[in-house]
Ligand binder design. Structure first.
Ligand code: GDP
Ligand code: MG
Length: 441
């Protein structure tokens, strides 16, 4: 999506005169890209109309950068859809709250319940999990397993078949135990069936949740809007969590879900593990969707800053999914040579701010040098491996000693590597474009 929209804007910027025809072509291109990204048809149409109104060509004083204005309008419109204008109901730490999770079977409710509980537990809450899914065999065992792993108290039953009774009893139990975040996991069905919605309604009436969270699998495509709306019509959805954003989801379904529920996205799931869970932020998400800081931009950037003779090899390795410590080392080297830092990695959303805070380039430079010293104490095998597990505890201690750094510093460096490797793994299978050509992405 990002690629197509940037390309549309790019083509327009190449046009010498921006008239009605050029604007229409650009909007058509953007419309197509949004539809391909699974944004609901009606949303796309309304957005296109709005943008046209905003970019009223006649009214624009000469000298304004029209391409900028259009880009800004697209950005604003997408942000507007994703930000329904009211924040999710905020729960108070220390005061008992009940949160109910709803969504179709397989959307990721049970996994997400635990992630949500774990996230809050780390921030000083006292969460508890209630399994009100009596439909799926093994549902209670799954929740029990997750909860035990995260050391979160849980409630459920192997014999009781009434989800309403379990929900009420569970909430009661944990209120007595002074838990301040009581999470009720519910059942789903394969389809949106009347029986499911009736059950949701009953559980909701009995458990009186302070917040209902709708969980949606990001890969469901155009069905997102209808599904989200169906849930909203039977329970008062107050927030949305989108799961499986680590897959090949196109992202547009998320916009549609927010439009349907009129509720904000609060988290996204980015993997099966407990900590693969991120607070959702509208602006970086839209930037990424529009290619203002996405991987296609990254490839172009690599081509700008990496010496010509090293480019094919680096891009080849990245497209094969090999991101090794040696590649990281070489990239640090390139960046240090380049002078102003933050070029390549600043293209990575959600990452750059942490790794290279603006205005603190000196510190970042020092950090890269520190990391490189540690990597100097590694073996070739370690540097060329894509499996960080070969770095055993004793090797980490040796590397720390060898480079005169602390063990936790080496571990921190490896964490940075893993984070980067994860981001770069998205480049696997990437077609490598010619310089300046984003269209093949
Ligand atoms: P439920 O039926 O709605 O309770 O869904 P589950 O929690 O049982 O999840 C269904 C499947 O999706 C499981 O295999 C989960 O591991 C997987 N899953 C859940 N969230 C994510 C995610 O964010 N990323 C990925 N890759 N898998 C997920
Ligand atoms: Mg479940």
């Amino acid at each position: 999506l990002g690629g197509s929209i940037s390309r549309a804007l790019q083509q327009m910027s190449n046009a010498t005169i921006i008239d009605e025809k050029v604007l229409n072509e650009c909007l058509n291109e953007i419309t197509r890209a949004l539809l391909q990204a699974d944004v609901q048809f009606k949303l796309v149409r309304d957005m296109s109309t709005n943008i046209k109104k905003i970019v009223n060509l006649e009214d624009l004083a000469a000298g304004h950068n029209k391409r900028r204005i259009i880009q800004q309008a697209v950005y604003n419109e997408l942000c507007k859809i994703l930000d329904p204008g009211k924040p999710a109901f905020t729960l108070k730490k220390g005061k008992p709250s009940v949160v109910m999770f709803v969504g179709l079977q397989g959307s990721g409710k049970t996994t997400t319940c635990t992630k949500y509980a774990y996230h809050h537990q780390k921030r000083g809450w006292k969460p508890a999990l209630v399994c009100a899914d009596t439909f799926r065999a093994g549902a209670f065992d799954q929740l029990k397993q997750n909860a035990t792993k995260a050391k979160i108290p849980f409630y459920g039953s192997y014999t009781e078949s009434d989800p309403v009774k379990i929900a009420v009893d569970g909430v009661e139990t944990f209120k007595k135990e002074n838990c301040d975040l009581i999470i009720v996991d519910t059942s789903g069905r394969h389809k949106q069936e009347a029986a499911l919605f009736e059950e949701m309604r009953q559980v909701s009436v009995a458990a009186k949740p302070d917040l209902v969270i709708f969980v949606m699998d990001s890969s469901i495509g155009q069905a997102a809007f209808d599904q989200a709306q169906a849930f909203r019509q039977s329970v008062a959805v107050g927030a949305v969590i989108i799961t499986k954003m680590d897959g090949h989801a196109k992202g547009g379904g998320a916009l549609s879900a927010v439009a349907a529920t009129k509720s904000p996205i609060i988290f996204i799931g980015t993997g099966e593990h407990m900590d693969e869970f991120e607070v959702f932020d509208v602006k970086p998400f839209v930037s990424r969707l529009l290619g203002m800081g996405d991987l296609s931009g990254l490839v172009n950037k690599i081509q700008d800053v990496v010496p010509m003779d090293q480019q094919p090899e680096l891009l080849q390795k990245l497209s094969e999914g090999h991101f090794t410590l040696r590649i990281m080392y070489e990239q640090f080297q390139n960046m240090l040579k380049m002078g102003p830092l933050g070029q390549v990695f600043s293209m990575l959303p959600g990452f750059s701010a942490e790794m290279m805070p603006q205005g603190r380039e000196k510190e970042s430079q020092a950090k890269f040098k520190r990391y490189m010293t540690m990597m100097d104490s590694m073996t070739d095998e370690e540097l060329d491996s894509t499996n960080p597990k070969i770095l055993t505890e004793s090797r980490i201690m040796r590397i720390a000693r060898g480079s005169g750094r602390l063990v936790h510093e080496v571990m921190e460096m490896l964490e940075e590597y893993k984070r980067l490797a994860k981001i770069f793994s998205k480049m696997k299978g990437l077609k490598i474009p010619k310089k300046g050509d984003m269209s093949s992405l």
